[in-house]
Design a protein around this ligand. Structure first.
Ligand code: HEM
Length: 134
């Protein structure tokens, strides 16, 4: 019998790296062709974003990876993100978590953290939003 760690994590409950990567891959596959938000991703490196997002998710679901990419405000500073764009991504994530049958407790925590990051993701985009209005 496989030994089971005494300390289990939401990352393990989700199905570990393979399962989390499947969710994140489908999220970016959809974001890159989505009518509302795909323009943000033109010319971006999807594989890099997926890898970074898996590490980022690992950090809050108790997985083995540490996120060492740019802080979220810096990563999104050049993007004229509006609340509706954030909502769209969050909605797609919710749909994918359900479709891929990620356990409810994991999905709830993932979506809770995602929503809690709204301010960090959006706060530095004011200059980009002002430019987009001109
Ligand atoms: C809680 C929500 C979000 C999280 C956790 C998140 C996470 C990330 C991470 C980890 C990166 C990579 C940073 C790096 O390369 O080091 C990134 C970049 C990026 N994100 Fe997000 N993101 C979120 C919301 C959004 C939204 C709503 C959009 C657009 C609809 C978006 C579009 C992008 C784009 C286009 C990049 C690439 C920026 C560049 O390389 O110039 N993100 N995001």
């Amino acid at each position: 019998m496989r030994e089971r760690s005494l300390v289990s994590s939401l990352w393990d409950d989700a199905g570990g790296e393979a399962a989390v990567t499947r969710v994140v891959q489908e999220l970016y596959d959809r974001l890159f062709v989505d009518q509302m938000v795909s323009f943000f991703f033109e010319g971006k490196d999807k594989a890099h974003l997926v890898a970074q997002q898996v590490r980022f998710t690992s950090a809050f679901l108790g997985g083995p990876y540490v996120y060492e990419g740019k802080p979220l405000p810096e990563a999104h500073a050049a993007l004229p993100l509006l609340a509706g764009h954030f909502d769209r991504r969050h909605h797609l994530l919710r749909q994918i978590l359900a479709k891929q049958a990620i356990p409810q407790a994991v999905a709830d925590e993932w979506l809770r953290v995602d929503e809690a990051l709204r301010t960090s993701v959006m706060k530095s985009g004011e200059d980009a939003r002002a430019l987009a209005r001109t």
